[in-house]
Design a protein around this ligand. Structure first.
Ligand code: PLP
Length: 308
């Protein structure tokens, strides 16, 4: 295996770049004044690379172009991104011996920034690149064992997304510093994840996941308009559920709704699904969990051997 076998970097768009190009993962890629680096001014999307193939790419491409529109950044077209994803997949498989089955599962990240500050953020100077890196073993543990989550205040009302579009709620911007700080805060208190509540006490989302509750044979998840990111995993889950006649309802949920649910899940592209075993000090799941959301998500996105 080569020295850089654990990472792939692909430059997709930037000044003077004609086609996507695999670059040395140890070499610098961004200019020091790239607005993504200095202001978090850009967006990203994270895909699971499983057996050498990025899962549900069209859902992620639709979301990153929506994020880019909200940020008013001119993104690479679907064809450019797709060529980049295919080149990244091929490179990942190549550096792992050419065998898709033995290539480890990885996080493939699409990144788009407004470009360098000295170029005054000209639309055609946006920076776009893709990174691929193996996912840690903690993901498998969380899929198998579930998570305890800490309730935290997000500090905004469910009206904010509609009243203040410049807040970019619903875009997957590069400004994830507070999300990561929330996770560190929870980890310091012994929790594996965070459940954000709005200022009215409505259930929002996790810093990296969509929340789904199972109750009386139905799936419940908060609506996007309250200021959360629309999950691609939720989209895929909804279609799989529909095929089986399981209703998925987008409903305003309170913490008390989660505490009486049959089961509660955090779902996302990389972890896929983690069953919530405790919310603060409340144990969840003393009863029949109802629908196995983990198995349904795995089926929906095309991952075999759940939970692995
Ligand atoms: N909500 C937030 C804030 C996220 O960062 C993510 C992960 O990208 C999600 C929800 C779940 O989205 P997806 O299912 O597309 O991974």
């Amino acid at each position: 295996m080569e020295a850089n076998a654990s990472r792939v970097v692909l430059h997709v768009a930037g000044p003077g770049l004609a086609t996507p190009k695999v670059v040395d993962p140890d070499a610098p890629l961004l200019l020091a004044d790239d607005l993504g680096a200095v202001r978090g001014d850009g967006c990203f999307d994270s895909l699971l690379l499983h057996r050498g193939r990025a899962l549900k790419p069209l859902r992620h491409l639709a979301r990153i172009s929506r994020s880019a529109r909200m940020l008013e950044i001119d993104p690479p077209g679907e064809q450019e991104w797709t060529a980049g994803i295919e080149a990244a997949e091929a490179e990942w498989v190549r550096i792992h011996g050419g065998d898709t089955v033995s290539a480890p599962d990885a996080l493939l990240r699409l990144v788009l920034t407004r470009g360098a500050e000295h170029a005054a953020g000209r639309a055609d100077d946006a920076t776009a690149y893709i990174t691929v890196a193996a996912i840690g073993t903690h993901v498998a543990k969380v899929r198998r064992e579930g998570i305890a989550v800490q309730v935290q205040q997000r500090g905004f009302s469910v009206d904010l997304a509609a009243n203040a579009p410049w807040q970019l709620l619903g875009a997957k911007t590069l400004s994830y510093a507070t999300n990561m700080a929330a996770l560190r805060h929870a980890a310091a208190d012994g929790f594996g994840d965070v459940l954000f509540l709005s200022s009215e006490g409505e259930v929002l989302e996790g810093p990296r996941s969509t929340i789904v509750a199972v109750r009386d044979g139905a799936l419940l998840s908060p609506p996007q308009e309250i200021g959360i990111l629309e999950g691609t995993t939720l989209g895929a889950l909804g279609e799989a559920a529909q095929r089986r006649g399981i209703p998925l309802r987008r409903e305003h949920l309170l913490l008390s709704d989660l505490l009486v649910a049959d089961s509660v899940w955090f779902i996302s592209s990389i972890t896929l699904a983690a069953r919530v075993v405790r919310i603060d000090s409340h144990e969840i799941g003393g009863r029949d969990a109802g629908i196995d959301v983990g198995a349904l998500v795995a089926e929906a996105v095309g991952v075999e051997n759940w939970p692995g």
